[in-house]
Design a protein around this ligand. Structure first.
Ligand code: NAG
Ligand code: NAG
Ligand code: NAG
Ligand code: NAG
Length: 332
């Protein structure tokens, strides 16, 4: 069963992992009993991946694994779960934004817990989340990481967008090691502090300097290097060829002189947080979005080599609403 499940992961990886986008997982804490396989699966899933469309779950990885492949990840659309691991450094150095479209335990966008070995002197010591500046939805949970340094000194509230989101960060109890030992252990790591630059009052989000002219474009997430919609570190809504936009270019636009809706030759489809000219293989067009399957009142029809969802005139024929089965990747 487990073998089959991990095969599925790889299969979907090859289907969905177009360029630097890859699917995530939804396994929570269930893991493979074979730790080698657990590591290999993680590596297969995320090597060269930049955008995780789903949840990034890093669980039950043992001590001396090379996790440097995680550095390619810049964005996670779901949640990030880091639990039951024994490695000392989490190299998600380029992770800029967690969207939290799905939350762990219905509350957390980032959950980091139980990362140490009970009968050993090792475990997670440092979070390499150097570039994490935006959590768009959900809160943060950090607890029971016996050796973790400084997690409680991060300005989480600056990173979490929703002021009502739950923040539960329990400092690790290094006290039993004695103060000087703790200091030695933790000061070995250089520390960064994520702080929101003090922005001018007129900025409604973030800024790249203290003046009114230094506000980021309102479509930016996580900061920017200049004032334009192309200067954002990440997009709050959609990335249209490098520019952050509220909405992808729509198939029809209103012409105010002719009072008519006109076909827009520059139209794009919505695919996750991206605007694309064509939906990826195995996705269907519904309105102006790429979806995995048509809704139940629509059926899949191919027109001009594009698979589209069109409303059924009567009852939808069974089995025609799906474009290829999508199986939830679950390890049991
Ligand atoms: C870890 O893997 C990367 C390539 O993925 C390699 O460049 C690096 O040297 C490896 N580090 C160690 C300590 O083996
Ligand atoms: C983090 O983001 C900055 C841009 O602000 C970039 O220059 C840097 O390479 C990124 N990665 C790390 C590991 O700091
Ligand atoms: C921290 O560890 C000490 C010694 O092991 C223990 O007495 C104390 O109750 C612990 N505190 C917390 C908050 O767990
Ligand atoms: C937008 O997507 C392009 C190509 O996928 C990428 O190079 C760029 O960094 C992205 N921009 C933002 C702000 O996320």
């Amino acid at each position: 069963m487990r073998e089959i499940a991990s095969e599925w992961i790889l299969k979907f990886h090859s289907i969905l992992c177009l360029s630097a986008v890859c699917p995530g997982t939804e396994n929570k804490l269930s893991t493979l009993s074979d730790l080698d396989q657990q590591y290999r699966t993680l590596k297969k899933l995320y090597e060269n991946c930049e955008v995780v469309m789903g949840n990034l779950e890093i669980t039950s990885i043992d001590r001396n694994r090379n996790l440097s492949f995680l550095k390619s990840i810049r964005e996670v659309t779901g949640y990030v779960l880091v639990a039951l691991n024994q490695f000392d450094y989490l190299p998600l150095e380029n992770l800029r934004i967690i969207r939290g479209t799905k939350l762990y335990e219905g509350r957390y966008s980032l959950a980091i817990f139980l990362n140490y070995r009970r009968d050993g002197y090792y475990g997670l010591r440092q979070l390499g989340l150097r570039n994490l500046t935006e959590i768009l939805n959900g809160g943060v949970y950090v607890d029971q990481n016996k050796y973790l340094c400084h997690a409680d000194t991060i300005h989480w509230r600056d990173i979490i967008k929703n002021p009502q989101a739950e923040l539960l960060v329990v400092p690790s109890n290094n006290s039993n090691l004695g103060l000087s030992q703790t200091f030695k252990m933790c000061s070995a790591f250089s520390w960064w502090a994520v702080t929101k630059t003090v922005c001018a009052e007129q900025c409604d989000g973030r800024c790249f300097g203290p003046y009114v002219s230094d506000c980021c474009h309102r479509e930016c997430a996580g900061g920017c290097s200049g004032p334009k919609d192309t200067d954002c570190f990440a997009c709050t809504n959609f990335n249209d060829s490098g520019a952050c936009v509220t909405q992808c270019p729509q198939p029809f636009v209103y012409n105010p002189t002719s009072f008519q809706m006109e076909h827009n030759p520059r139209a794009k489809y919505t695919y996750g947080a991206f605007c694309v000219k064509k939906c990826p293989h195995n996705f269907v067009v519904d309105h102006s979005s790429c979806v995995r399957a048509c809704p139940s009142n629509k059926m899949e029809v191919e027109e001009n080599r594009i698979k589209m969802c069109t409303p059924c005139t009567n009852i939808c024929p069974k089995g025609k609403t799906h474009c290829g089965e999508f199986v939830l990747v679950t390890l049991v």
